[in-house]
Ligand binder design. Structure first.
Ligand code: ASP
Length: 340
């Protein structure tokens, strides 16, 4: 698989990412993974640049991971938290962004509960010809591209740790199980896994996976999706012979109505457990973007099984992948100049 030259200033969605661009991110992340294994885990790539984390919605791992990634690249980092900010005094989101722009921000990492906010800020930054790059760190139900890219990297590493590449994902069966309707992680993963040539199967109760969801998704695609996305309203057919299972959190904060009889019943029907992964390939591995509702979407036993669970690897890989994104957006020259 060949890399593509990088020419994006913003990463808002993975919908139009080509396989070659995904590979560029993977290979850049490989270089940064190597940097992170050194005694001195820092390179000067973003020295003198300011990265601002604008998180209008709570986050544990994504915010910390972007902060560490920026620091490992020697950037100066500003963190915005809405509770203690002038938003509580009525300042608009765009004015908040412009305040950080006036402080010399070069890259904005944005999370918001409403879909479209990172895109709106990116458009304003372009309109003002600021040269600022915007990274979507999760917007509403829309997308969470850095999570899907770290998931992709984790899959590639699990398949071929010596030579991770999206080429190894071709034809692999990946089951995505859980609250697909409310998951921005699932949406970003659908784009990247499909572009990588994986065979994606979705499983959830019909209230969390409406009929026609996959067809509508494929119909929206700006690129050719080489394989159909298959949806199931039962767990077993999705798990059958799967190479990987991605479990998703029940997003209770986004459920307007009662979409499930009870968490216990949900776990009985769709909870991924050590017993149920017997339907999968013997070497199956399980992922979860976190935070996890233990014993609901995944059993504690499976989550903590070091032979099956890639959940800690996802968190570790997140730093290298986010370094790759910050680097590509600001420097844009692939993997040159990482020594030092
Ligand atoms: N951390 C992920 C997100 O922000 C997944 C989740 O919250 O369930 O979308």
């Amino acid at each position: 698989m060949n890399n593509a030259p990088w020419n994006r200033r913003h990463v808002i969605s993975l919908a139009d990412f080509t396989a070659a661009e995904l590979e560029t991110v993977m290979q850049t992340a490989v270089s940064f993974r190597e940097v992170l294994s050194r005694r001195t885990k820092k390179v000067p790539a973003l020295q003198g640049l300011v990265v601002t984390n604008l998180f209008f919605e709570p986050s544990t791992r994504t915010r910390s991971s972007f902060e560490l990634a920026a620091k490992r690249l020697s950037a100066d980092v500003l963190n915005f938290a809405p509770g203690t900010s002038s938003l509580t005094k009525g300042e608009t989101i765009l004015d908040t962004a412009k305040t950080y722009l006036a402080m010399g921000t070069n890259l904005m990492v944005i999370r918001h509960g409403e879909s479209g906010v990172p895109d709106a800020i990116a458009a304003e930054m372009d309109r003002l010809q600021t040269g600022v790059g915007v990274l979507n760190a999760g917007d509403g139900l829309h997308e969470h591209p850095s999570q899907a890219l770290l998931d992709l990297f984790t899959l590639c590493m699990a398949l071929d740790p010596e030579n991770p590449s999206i080429a190894s994902l071709k034809g692999k069966k990946i089951a995505i199980v859980g609250d697909i309707l409310h998951s921005r992680v699932a949406r970003s993963n659908l784009w990247s896994l499909s572009a990588a040539g994986a065979e994606v199967h979705l499983a959830a109760p019909p209230t969390l996976l409406p009929p026609g969801f996959a067809e509508a998704f494929v119909a929206l695609s700006p690129i050719d999706i080489p394989r159909p996305i298959v949806q199931h309203w039962a767990l077993e057919p999705a798990l059958a012979d799967a190479d990987f299972v991605m479990t998703l959190r029940l997003q209770k904060e986004r459920m307007a109505q009662h979409l499930l009889p009870s968490l216990r019943e949900y776990h009985q029907q769709f909870g991924v457990t050590c017993d149920r992964i017997a339907y999968c390939q013997p070497q199956v591995k399980v992922l979860h973007p976190g935070p996890v509702n233990r014993g609901v979407e995944i059993s504690s036993e499976l989550m903590d099984d070091p032979h099956r669970s890639l959940i800690s690897d996802q968190v570790t890989n997140g730093v290298a992948v986010r370094m790759a994104l910050l680097y590509l957006i600001s420097v844009g020259h692939g993997t040159d100049g990482l020594e030092g």
